[in-house]
Write a new protein. Structure first.
Length: 562
C-alpha cells in the first residue's frame, strides 16, 4: 500500500468522524427545541427541607450520659421550621428525630395571623405536629382559644383539645369539653356540654359547629337557646350570633311568654322579633287558650301580630268542647301590648267554616274583637245551634266566657227551628233580629221591623201537632226552653191559626225559607270541605237607606278680567 493510499483512507476516516459529530450536534439542537403541541420533559421535584433549624440559644451543651439523644438548650431559644418560628426559655433538641421539647414561655408563630402560646410543648418536625400543654392560648386573627391541652397539626391547619376549652370570637364565648378548630376554614367543632354565650343569648347543646368568619353556629343535636323572654329548642339549625337570626329545622320550637311556635322549618330574628314557620305549623297561645295551625305562619314578638295560611285552622279550647275554625287566612292583631289593657283582634277571611259540638257556622269572612268580645260574620253568614238555624246579611255574636251570650242579625234575618219530626219548621223572619243565649242555649229571640212568624202548637201529652200559628207584627218576641219554642209575644199582631189539616200551601213556609243542611259542617274534619249555597239560594244584600246629604249651592265664580 502506498503512502498516498494510506493518506486518503485516513482522510476518509476523519471525515466520517466529523460528519458523526455534526449529526450529534444537530440532533441535540433539534431535541432542545420544543415543537408546538409537545410537552417539556418533567422537571425533577423540588426537595422540601423538613429539618428543624436551631437559630439561637444562649447556652448549648451535650451530655451523652444524662441526655444521650438530646442537645440541651437554655436562654432565648429560637427554632425555625418550614415558615414557623418557635421560641422558648429552654429546650431539648433531638436532631436525629427532627423534634424538640420546649419549656417555659413557649411561643409558636406562623405568618402574621396565628400564634400558639403554652408553658410546655413537644414539636415533631416530620409530622409538623405541636403538642402544647398548660395555659395554652391559640390566637388566629380575632379568634382566641384557651385550653390546657392542645394538639396543633400544621399540615392540616387543625387544632384540637380534649380537656375542656374556651373560644372567644367577637364577644361570643364558646366552651365545651372537647373541640376542634380549623384555621384554614375558620370552623370550630365543639362537643360535650357545649355552651355559647353572648350579651343577648345563651345556648347549650351537645354538638356544635361554629364559623368564626361568619359568626354562625350550626346546631347538630338537642339544643336550647335563651334570648330575652324567648326559649328556642332545636336539634338541627343555624344561629347567627351577629344578627341574632335563627334558621331551625326538624320540628323546632320557639316559646315566648305563654306562646309557642312549632314547625318543620322556623326562621326567627330576635332583633325585630319576627318568626316565620313552614309546614305543619302550630302556634299556641296558652294564656288565651287558642291555637293556630297551617303550613305557613308568621309571628311578631314585638307587636303580637300573627298570621296563618295554607290549610289554616284556628282552635279555641277554653271550654270543655273545642271550637275548630278553618279559613284561607287568619290574622291576629294585638293592641296596647305590654300593658294591662292589652287585647287582640282576629281576622278570618275567604270560606270560613267553624265547628263545635253545640255550634257550627259558615261565612265568607269573620272578625273577632277581644276588647268587646264581639265576633262579626260577613257575606251570607249562617249559624247553627242544635236544631236552630240563624242567617242574615251580617251576624254579630257576643261571647261571654267563650260561650255565645247574644247574637245580632242585621239584614234579611231568618231563624228556623227544625221540629222533632224533621218535616215541620218553626220560622221567624224580619229585617233585624236579636237572639239571647244562656249557657250556650237560645232562650229568647226578638224580631224587629216586618216580623213574620210561623209557629206550631204541640200537645205535650202525646207530642202531636195541634195547629199552626201564622203571625205578622212590627215587633215580635219568641221564648225558648230546652231548645224548643214555648211561646210568642207580638206587638199589634195580625194572623191566623190553622188546624194542621187546613194549612194553605202558601202558609207552610216563609217566602225566604231555606234549610241549609247540605252546607252545615258535620265534624271538625269537615271544616276543610267548602260547600257553598246553590246559585238560586245565595243571599243578595238589600241596599239600605242612606241619610240624605245636605247640598250647598256653589258660589258664583267670576272669570278673571283679561
Amino acid at each position: 500500500m502506498t503512502l498516498k493510499t494510506i493518506a486518503h483512507r485516513l482522510f476518509d476516516g476523519h471525515r466520517a468522524i466529523i460528519l458523526m459529530v455534526l449529526c450529534l450536534c444537530a440532533l441535540c439542537a433539534v431535541e432542545s427545541m420544543t415543537p408546538v403541541g409537545k410537552k417539556k420533559r418533567p422537571r425533577r421535584p423540588k426537595v422540601t427541607d423538613k429539618r428543624i433549624y436551631l437559630v439561637h440559644a444562649d447556652e448549648l451543651r451535650y451530655d451523652q450520659y444524662q441526655n444521650r439523644d438530646a442537645q440541651v438548650l437554655k436562654g432565648h431559644v429560637h427554632f425555625d421550621h418550614m415558615g414557623a418560628r418557635l421560641y422558648c426559655d429552654s429546650a431539648n433538641f433531638f436532631e436525629a428525630s427532627n423534634s424538640f421539647e420546649a419549656f417555659g414561655h413557649v411561643k409558636m408563630y406562623q405568618g402574621d395571623t396565628l400564634s400558639l402560646l403554652s408553658d410546655y410543648a413537644y414539636y415533631d418536625g416530620n409530622e409538623q405536629l405541636a403538642r402544647a400543654r398548660y395555659n395554652v392560648v391559640l390566637k388566629h386573627r380575632k379568634t382566641t382559644l384557651y385550653t390546657d391541652s392542645l394538639d396543633y397539626d400544621r399540615m392540616y391547619n387543625l387544632g384540637y383539645f380534649f380537656e375542656g376549652g374556651k373560644l372567644i370570637d367577637n364577644g361570643s364565648v364558646l366552651t365545651s369539653d372537647w373541640g376542634e378548630y380549623h384555621t384554614d376554614t375558620k370552623i370550630a367543632l365543639f362537643a360535650y356540654d357545649v355552651e355559647l354565650q353572648d350579651k343577648d343569648f345563651f345556648l347549650t347543646t351537645d354538638s356544635l359547629y361554629y364559623n368564626t368568619q361568619t359568626s354562625v353556629a350550626h346546631l347538630v343535636g338537642p339544643s336550647d337557646i335563651l334570648s330575652g323572654t324567648s326559649h328556642i329548642y332545636s336539634e338541627d339549625g343555624y344561629y347567627n350570633t351577629k344578627t341574632d337570626h335563627s334558621e331551625l329545622f326538624g320540628r323546632s320550637v320557639i316559646r315566648d311568654e305563654g306562646r309557642t311556635l312549632v314547625g318543620d322549618s322556623v326562621y326567627y330574628n330576635s332583633g325585630d322579633g319576627m318568626s316565620y314557620a313552614y309546614s305543619n305549623v302550630e302556634f299556641k297561645d296558652s294564656t288565651n287558650k287558642n291555637i293556630l295551625l297551617g303550613d305557613y305562619c308568621e309571628y311578631n314578638q314585638a307587636t303580637g301580630y300573627a298570621m296563618a295560611t295554607k290549610k289554616a285552622v284556628a282552635i279555641d279550647y277554653s271550654q270543655r268542647d273545642s271550637l275548630f275554625m278553618h279559613a284561607d287566612t287568619f290574622k291576629i292583631f294585638t293592641f296596647n301590648i305590654n300593658t294591662d289593657s292589652v287585647y287582640r283582634v282576629m281576622h278570618a277571611y275567604n270560606k270560613v267554616r267553624a265547628y263545635r259540638i253545640d255550634l257550627q257556622a259558615v261565612c265568607d269572612s269573620l272578625v273577632y274583637n277581644q276588647n268587646d268580645s264581639c265576633m262579626v260574620m260577613y257575606h251570607d253568614p249562617i249559624v247553627w245551634n242544635g236544631n236552630q238555624q240563624l242567617l242574615g246579611e251580617e251576624i254579630r255574636a257576643y261571647i261571654n266566657d267563650s260561650t255565645i251570650d247574644k247574637a245580632h242579625v242585621i239584614g234579611q234575618a231568618l231563624s228556623i227551628e227544625q221540629m222533632f219530626d224533621t218535616v215541620h219548621y218553626n220560622q221567624l223572619t224580619s229585617k233585624e233580629m236579636l237572639a239571647y243565649f244562656t249557657n250556650g242555649e237560645i232562650r229568647e229571640a226578638h224580631a224587629k221591623d216586618n216580623a213574620i212568624a210561623i209557629y206550631h202548637m204541640i200537645d205535650e201529652a202525646d207530642s202531636t201537632f195541634i195547629a199552626q200559628d201564622y203571625t205578622e207584627s212590627p215587633l215580635m218576641k219568641m221564648f225558648f226552653a230546652n231548645k224548643k219554642m214555648q211561646r210568642i209575644w207580638a206587638e199589634k199582631p195580625t194572623g191566623t191559626v190553622y188546624p194542621m189539616t187546613q194549612i194553605p200551601s202558601n202558609r207552610k213556609f216563609l217566602t225566604n225559607f231555606a234549610w241549609f243542611d247540605y252546607i252545615r259542617p258535620l265534624d271538625k274534619n269537615d271544616i276543610f270541605n267548602w260547600r257553598g249555597k246553590k246559585v238560586e239560594q245565595v243571599l243578595i244584600p238589600e241596599k239600605r237607606r242612606e241619610a240624605p246629604m245636605q247640598k250647598l249651592k256653589k258660589p258664583n265664580v267670576l272669570p278673571p278680567n283679561e
